[in-house]
Design a protein around this ligand. Structure first.
Ligand code: NAI
Length: 324
């Protein structure tokens, strides 16, 4: 049976999720959408239902599962409503706009007694990151000691602050670093360039591994995400982000996409397929509500470290048995 999915919020991300559901997701179909902007909703619905509000969408008998891709501030409330009605959710990152609010979703899910929330940390479905994790787990580089992450955007608006780069971009590095290493983060130090761009964030894990991350929002040449994991016996890194090498005007090399949509298109598609399988009765493979809470909690404490410029101990509690 095909899973009926509806999308709340059809901007850049939601329109892409709706398209992936319509065109590239076996086992599911798009029932309809809701967006505060009716014209956007109609465009993304592509002939399916445009719901008048998010609550009628969530409650509809035709909707088995929901993708939440509206603005951050709406995520926690919508996720809790879906939990109340027992419907699976793929919620875009971040799970909530604060750690305390994210924890309310975790608590609602535990009280409900069944895992219903997956957070859209889609890098876990990127083939390169999956290969890095496989190599580490197979002992291919020996004991990991260092993870270098690079997250560069072509450009950000002038009003974009260092705090925004932490809550929008660095949250991805938090989630992928915990997932790649299978480690929890215990401390953080941060250095900031002029106007807080770039940021250099160094975390340490409970096992003593060092996680260094460059966040540079105005790197100009393109959108570039890179990671290299260093072990006692070798290293493993992401390959170039393009399938081809271009030679022109006496120089040659790879090309970089303008933003995250083309770079992670394959990961978004694979995330959707896996989520549909899990929502149809399979096993969840993506980031849980707990992982979503941890990313938000660490991001909040890194933001405080940006203000104080002090080395800070990270505290976010222990994983509940429900998420083992
Ligand atoms: P966007 O601004 O392009 O789209 C947001 C849409 O939500 C707009 O169409 C707007 O009209 C609609 N909207 C506003 N208030 C609403 C409400 N109360 N209910 C329903 N719809 C409402 O933003 P974008 O870039 O699509 O981001 C959406 C979410 O996806 C954000 O939470 C963002 O953090 C996340 N995101 C995730 C990425 C990833 O790689 N996983 C990348 C970029 C964004």
């Amino acid at each position: 049976m095909s899973l009926g999915v509806a999308v709340i919020g059809t901007g850049v991300m939601g329109a892409e999720h709706a398209r992936v559901l319509r065109e590239e997701t076996p086992g599911a179909h798009l029932v309809g959408v809701y967006d505060a902007d009716a014209a956007r909703a109609r465009a993304a619905a592509a002939g399916t239902v445009v719901f008048p509000d998010p609550h009628s969408l969530i409650a509809s008998d035709r909707v088995d599962a929901i993708v939440v891709s509206s603005p951050d501030a709406t995520h926690a409330t919508l996720s809790r409503t879906c939990i109340e009605l027992g419907k699976p959710v793929l919620c875009e990152k971040p799970l909530a706009s604060s750690a305390a609010e994210a924890l309310t979703v975790v608590e609602a899910e535990i009280a409900h007694g069944r895992r219903l929330i997956q957070v859209g940390y889609m890098r876990r479905f990127d083939r390169g990151y999956q290969e890095m994790k496989r190599v580490r787990e197979a002992g291919g580089i020996g004991q990991p000691v260092l993870l270098h992450n690079i997250h560069r955007n072509a450009r950000a608006p002038e009003w974009f602050t260092g705090q925004m780069s932490i809550t929008n971009s660095f949250v991805h590095e938090i989630d992928i670093s915990r997932w790649l290493l299978g480690s929890e983060m215990t401390s953080v130090q941060i250095a900031a360039g002029p106007n807080e761009d770039p940021l250099m964030i160094t975390m340490q894990t409970e096992k003593g591994e060092i996680v260094s991350t460059e966040i540079f929002m105005n790197a100009t040449y393109g959108y570039h995400v890179h990671a290299e994991l260093i072990g006692r016996e070798g290293t493993v890194a992401l390959g170039p982000p393009s399938f081809t090498i271009t030679n022109r005007n006496g120089a040659g090399g790879v090309s970089y996409p303008e933003n995250w949509v083309p770079r992670f298109q394959d990961a978004y598609r694979r995330q959707m397929s896996q989520w549909v399988k899990a929502a149809s009765g399979g096993t969840a493979t993506g980031a849980s509500a707990w992982d979503g809470y941890v990313a938000s909690a660490i991001a909040e404490q890194v933001t405080e470290a940006l203000v104080s410029r002090r080395a800070t101990t990270l505290n976010y509690g222990r994983r509940p048995a429900f998420y083992a």
